[in-house]
Design a protein around this ligand. Structure first.
Ligand code: GDD
Ligand code: MG
Length: 330
């Protein structure tokens, strides 16, 4: 079975981390997001994955030089310009010669969804397309879905205003599609699967949905990217890469420290993500914040409340940053 993995977006909400590394290659618990996504699909029978690429495509080829990821054979479909989600699916499916039922996933979704069950439900209903759902408190930053008791979708509304969402069931970003869906996607322009293709399928009664009742997180914002890392920690513990250095007097609590990173004496990390090769100097403090690869946080500096430091940035001694992004977003 083949799968299209959407990984071509700019990752704007995760800047400045994504200025150097595409969102889907950022590590979650030391493993790139896309590798976790593909590893999960492999457990459900996916043997070939098409990476739908646009932004910084070369970094994916460099990350997986032998053309496999988590034991799955990779194809690469590189867009000349962003085609948006449906355009990207059509282009990637074409490049990989997909002509039978296939799976699509947003490459920033971390989930233990039972994809096999979703496929069975899809086959049983005879739908052209089936989407996994997840229930959230505030659906406004997602695609909001209304179904009937049989799971037939009655409405799909992408990112409605908070007070206008008709349900708490959201599009969880995993789809099972018949190849006939590809023929519904016009070529030569941007097409959004959420704003155009799914609403069209709803009109024809051929879109179904099933709540996954699973762990689910879209790791595409600083808050959820941090959460994704914390969710994988052992109970009460931290995750320090074997090739990282942590001084005896440093305090590391509920944090992830990447390969080659260095945490100096009396530094404090609480719910922090310190990416590969970053340096936290003596007495510095990082709380609920993310330090990009190769960055340096000088002695005594404090990073608090979802501060995000870009790769190779140098934070001056005793700086105090709360909820800031360095360099500031452009
Ligand atoms: N190849 C390609 N080309 N990929 C793209 C493009 C494009 O033009 N635009 C976005 N993508 C990729 C992104 O890299 C990402 O992995 C995926 O498509 C989804 O884009 P996001 O930017 O993360 O979308 P979102 O999180 O705002 O909303 C989507 O996901 C939600 C669930 O996580 C929508 O599908 C919502 O309906 C859904 O609820
Ligand atoms: Mg997303």
């Amino acid at each position: 079975m083949k799968a299209v993995i959407l990984v071509g977006g700019f990752g704007t909400r995760l800047r400045p981390l994504t200025l150097t590394t595409p969102k889907n290659l950022l590590p979650v618990g030391h493993v790139p997001m896309v590798e976790r996504v593909i590893g999960h699909l492999a457990q459900h029978g996916v043997t070939e994955a098409v990476l739908s690429l646009g932004y910084k495509p070369d970094t994916f080829l460099e990350a997986y030089p032998d053309g496999t990821c988590a034991g799955v054979e990779l194809h690469y479909a590189v867009e000349d310009e962003p085609l948006d989600t449906a355009g990207a699916i059509r282009f990637a499916a074409g490049e990989a010669g997909i002509d039978e039922r296939f799976v699509v996933i947003n490459g920033d979704v971390l989930t233990d969804l039972d994809v096999t069950r979703l496929i069975r439900f899809h086959d049983a209903s005879g739908a052209e397309a089936t989407i996994a759902l997840h229930t959230v408190e505030d659906p406004s930053r997602y695609g909001v879905v209304v179904t009937d008791v049989a799971g037939q979708v009655e409405a799909f509304i992408e990112k409605p205003p908070a007070d206008e969402a008709p349900s708490n069931a959201i599009n969880a970003g995993t789809y099972v599609l018949e190849p006939s869906v590809l023929g519904r996607i016009p070529v030569g322009r941007k097409v959004s699967v959420e704003r155009e293709t799914f609403p069209g399928l709803v009109e024809d009664g051929s879109l179904y949905a099933l709540d996954g009742n699973a762990y689910w997180l879209d790791a595409g914002t600083p808050e959820t990217y941090l959460q994704a890392n914390l969710d994988l920690l052992p109970a009460e513990g931290s995750s320090v890469h074997p090739e990282a250095f942590v001084a005896d007097s440093a305090h590391v609590e509920r944090s992830v420290v990447g390969a080659g990173a260095s945490i100096a004496e009396d530094a404090t990390l609480t719910e922090a993500v310190v990416l590969d090769g970053a340096t936290i100097e003596a007495g510095a403090r990082v709380h609920r914040s993310i330090v990009g690869a190769g960055a340096t946080v000088r002695a005594g500096a404090e990073l608090l409340d979802l501060t995000v430091i870009g790769a190779d940035v140098d934070i001056e001694p005793s700086a105090r940053l709360t909820g800031e992004r360095v360099p500031a977003d452009s």
